[in-house]
Design a protein around this ligand. Structure first.
Ligand SMILES: C[S@@+](CC[C@H](N)C(=O)[O-])C[C@H]1O[C@@H](n2cnc3c(N)ncnc32)[C@H](O)[C@@H]1O
Length: 237
């Protein structure tokens, strides 16, 4: 996490927008590592996710609003920084959301894009990628939310450039260096994922996903589990 401090502490965030706030992990990371900020506004299209975040996120000067990133209710050029963390692979219309982010960003403001990637990971990190991909498939089958597989590292940069964002800096980081071999933790994950898989029994993809889950358990028991490395990009419009 030292690399995060080194890179983010250069910036005073001012008024920040976080699109696809989810459980608020990225807001916490920003608040702890930027030089400072005035306010963070987090938006998410799912009210029930924001409700859970409101209960557990106690970061100061944060406002959470249910809003679709495709149609934001903010004035042009009203934020000093706009962020998108682990949400790029959730967007049904990336161009529309990124256009909106550009619209609400001040001329000299910064983009902060963070995304875990699916290649260049060690075996324990691949367990995270495989769990994530099974979760993404289940989210799509159950219509819980739009959820694609995570991109390859270079693909993320290509997407960002193709959306007209100028990349000023890019670096990689991990939330933790730990490789877990804690079988109690694994059992909790297996139970939670197993339950979700049973909910898609009627899907034509049930057997295939169940087989991937069995393979994943073998993989994780052999190599352990670690958080995937993420790519953080600092850019300008
Ligand atoms: C993996 S979570 C985000 C995690 C969080 N940003 C972090 O880094 O800790 C992705 C979130 O994006 C939200 N989302 C997807 N499409 C969206 C859109 N068009 N507008 C707003 N939120 C969206 C989903 O509801 C979900 O909560």
């Amino acid at each position: 996490m030292r690399i995060i401090k080194e890179n983010l502490s250069k910036f005073y965030g001012g008024k920040i927008l976080d699109v696809g706030t989810g459980r608020g992990d990225f807001i916490k990371l920003l608040s702890e590592n930027l030089k400072g900020y005035d306010k963070i506004v987090g938006i998410d299209s799912h009210e029930e996710i924001l409700d859970a975040t409101r209960e557990k996120l106690h970061t100061k000067n944060v406002e959470l609003i249910k809003m679709d990133g495709e149609n934001m209710d903010f004035e042009d050029e009203s934020f000093d920084a706009v962020c998108l963390s682990n949400t790029l692979h959730h967007l049904s219309d990336k161009t529309r959301v990124i256009e909106e982010m550009k619209r609400v960003l001040k001329t000299n403001g910064i983009f902060i894009i963070n995304e875990m990637f699916c290649d260049h990971q060690n075996e324990a990190q691949m367990a995270h990628v495989y769990v994530h991909h099974i979760g993404a498939d289940i989210d799509m089958i159950t219509n819980r939310m739009n959820h694609n597989y995570t991109y390859r590292r270079e693909e993320i940069k290509e997407i960002i450039r193709s959306q007209g964002i100028k990349i000023l800096d890019a670096f990689e980081f991990k939330y933790s260096d730990e490789i877990s071999t804690n079988t109690d933790e694994f059992e909790e994950i297996y139970t939670a994922v197993g339950k979700r898989i049973e909910n898609i029994r009627q899907s034509p993809r049930y057997e295939e996903i169940k087989k991937r889950f069995e393979d994943l358990k073998e993989w994780m028991n052999k190599y352990g589990l670690a958080g995937a490395t993420q790519l953080m990009i600092i850019g300008k419009k």
